[in-house]
Design a protein around this ligand. Structure first.
Ligand code: SF4
Ligand code: FES
Length: 219
C-alpha cells in the first residue's frame, strides 16, 4: 500500500501518495503522478533524453529514453518521459533490449543530424554506427524543443512545424520572428543540432535579402 503523507502547499492541505518503485535494483521513493524519468532523476539515475525539457510538457517523440518496465510480471518497453510510476513498478534503464533500441534510434537520428554533439556522445556510449542509414542531412530531427519552448514558455509561436511526413520541418514565422526573436533567442541553446540557428539566419536573409549582415536582427 502506498504510504500516505499530508503536505502543506501554498497554505492548503494536499494529500500526496508516496510510491515505492525499483530502478536498476535500487529502491526509489517517488510521488504519485511522477513519470519514470522524474523518479529516476530524483534518485540521480541517468536516463538519456533528447526531446525532453523539464519546463515543457512531455512530448515523447525521440524514444531515446526507452526503458524496460515490469508490472505484475509483465515487461514492456516504455518511454520513461511519459510513463507514470505505479506501486511496485520495476524499471531497468539498461538491458540488451533497451541498448539495442537506443542504438538503432541513434543511427536513424545520426542520418539526419550527423554533427550533433549530443548524438555523437550517445552514439559512442551505445556503439551506434553513424553511417548505418543513408544520410538525409536535414540537420533537424524534429525534437520540437524550439517549437514547444516558444509556444509553451514564451507564448510567442515564432517558430513552428510546417509540412507533413518526410517534408516536415521547423520554420520561423517571419512576421513574429522579426518582432520577437532578437530579444529572446532562449530556445537556441535547447537545440541539439545547429539547425535552429541556421534556420534563424535563413529567416534573416529572407527578410533582408540585400545585406543581412547589416540588419537589426543581426545585432
Ligand atoms: S531545430 Fe533543433 S530544437 Fe528545433 S526541432 Fe529541430 S533539432 Fe529540435
Ligand atoms: S526524451 Fe522521452 S521520448 Fe524523447
Amino acid at each position: 500500500m502506498p504510504v500516505r503523507e499530508v503536505r502543506i502547499i501554498m497554505g492548503e492541505h494536499k494529500e500526496m501518495s508516496e510510491i515505492i518503485i525499483q530502478i536498476d535494483g535500487k529502491e526509489v521513493k517517488a510521488a504519485e503522478g511522477m513519470t519514470v524519468l522524474e523518479a529516476a532523476q530524483s534518485a540521480d539515475i541517468f536516463i538519456p533524453t533528447l526531446c525532453h525539457y523539464e519546463k515543457l510538457e512531455p512530448y515523447g517523440v525521440c524514444r531515446i529514453c526507452t526503458v524496460e518496465a515490469e508490472v505484475r510480471g509483465w515487461t514492456k518497453l516504455v518511454a520513461a518521459c511519459l510513463y507514470p510510476i505505479e506501486q511496485d513498478l520495476v524499471v531497468r534503464t539498461r538491458s540488451e533490449k533497451v541498448d539495442k533500441i537506443r542504438k538503432m534510434i541513434l543511427e536513424f537520428l545520426l542520418a539526419h543530424a550527423p554533427c550533433s554533439p549530443q548524438l555523437q556522445d550517445l552514439a559512442q556510449e551505445y556503439g551506434a554506427d553513424k553511417d548505418r542509414f543513408e544520410k538525409e542531412s536535414s540537420f533537424c530531427f524534429l525534437c520540437g524543443l524550439c517549437v514547444r519552448y516558444c509556444a509553451e514558455v514564451e507564448k510567442k509561436n515564432a517558430v513552428g512545424f510546417v509540412n507533413c511526413g518526410a517534408r516536415r520541418e521547423i520554420r520561423f514565422i517571419l512576421e513574429i520572428a522579426l518582432k520577437e526573436c532578437n530579444s529572446c533567442k532562449e530556445c537556441f541553446p535547447l537545440c541539439p543540432t545547429s539547425y535552429l540557428q541556421a534556420a534563424f539566419v535563413l529567416t534573416e536573409s529572407l527578410a533582408f535579402p540585400r545585406d543581412s549582415s547589416q540588419t537589426a536582427l543581426m545585432k
